[in-house]
Design a protein around this ligand. Structure first.
Ligand SMILES: NC(=O)c1ccc[n+]([C@@H]2O[C@H](COP(=O)([O-])OP(=O)(O)OC[C@H]3O[C@@H](n4cnc5c(N)ncnc54)[C@H](OP(=O)(O)O)[C@@H]3O)[C@@H](O)[C@H]2O)c1
Length: 230
């Protein structure tokens, strides 16, 4: 029987030269209000939102649906006000005070390697469900486990390490890339992907299904699987 995976949407905002952030301490603002509203809509349509542990540490995102109308509409549909939160970590160094843990009455899942489960349980097992991701954690396995937990639509909000793995493993159905009109130009900053054996290359181009102008940001929406509808 075919493996059942959630519909996976990768979403991020980048500079014209492909950076997710600059090299400074403060989070770089790439999007404007219209793009943030796109992100909020995407969150509201999802069953789970995933970010890597570095994003949890550096940006301390709340990962909640902001719009009261969208929250109300989720409630009417019998859903929690915001999707489940998911992160992945090898080193299990996540602050208990992170908004990931402290904000939002929604399930929180932390995937870590088998040999770190006990440490993770001791560190934040009372704040989140610690999941054994196996010896090394593959995003396909995380996605399959989330499907078992009822996740039909997974939004991946970055960072680059996590996006790269979903792309390289071919576990992404759709890419929503918001391009901001400026350069970062600093190799110390984080690009949105690392090197990888990606299946989309000059001989196998991704299918562009939509472009949208959101203030001065352009949204590029690509289909990465046949499950993505125009
Ligand atoms: N512009 C945007 O839309 C956007 C969105 C999100 C993030 N960002 C930016 O992106 C940057 C962070 O990106 P990043 O690529 O450095 O980090 P990331 O993808 O957020 O997180 C990487 C970390 O996640 C954990 N991880 C990832 N894959 C794993 C695996 N297979 N097994 C075990 N652990 C795994 C590891 O955590 P441990 O180190 O704990 O082991 C790894 O160091 C930040 O600057 C943030 O501001 C921008």
């Amino acid at each position: 029987m075919a493996e059942r995976l959630p519909y996976v949407v990768l979403s991020c905002a980048i500079s014209l030269d492909g950076y997710l952030d600059d090299a400074g301490e403060e989070r770089l603002l790439l999007s404007g209000p219209a793009d943030l509203d796109r992100v909020d809509q995407l969150r509201a349509e999802s069953d789970a939102i995933m970010v890597g542990a570095t994003t949890v540490r550096k940006d301390d995102p709340r990962l909640l649906v902001r719009s009261p109308d969208r929250v109300a509409s989720r409630r009417r549909a019998g859903l929690a006000p915001s999707p489940m939160k998911v992160t992945v970590t090898e080193h299990v160094k996540l602050a208990r005070s992170s908004a990931f843990f402290t904000v939002g009455d929604v399930p929180k899942l932390v995937y870590c390697p088998s040999d770190r489960v006990a440490e993770a349980q001791a560190s934040f097992g009372d704040l989140a469900t610690v999941v054994d991701g196996g010896e090394t954690i593959a995003m396909r396995r995380v996605a399959a486990d989330l499907a078992e937990r009822g996740v039909r639509r997974l939004m991946v909000e970055g960072g680059g390490t996590v996006h790269t793995q979903f792309l390289a493993e071919g576990v992404a159905d759709e890419l929503q890339l918001a391009v901001a009109p400026f350069f970062v130009g600093d190799p110390r900053a984080r690009r949105w992907t690392d090197e990888g054996a990606f299946r989309w290359c000059a001989q196998h181009r991704a299918r562009l299904v939509e472009t949208r102008t959101l203030d001065d940001v352009v949204l590029l929406r690509y289909a990465l699987s046949r499950r993505c509808r125009d």
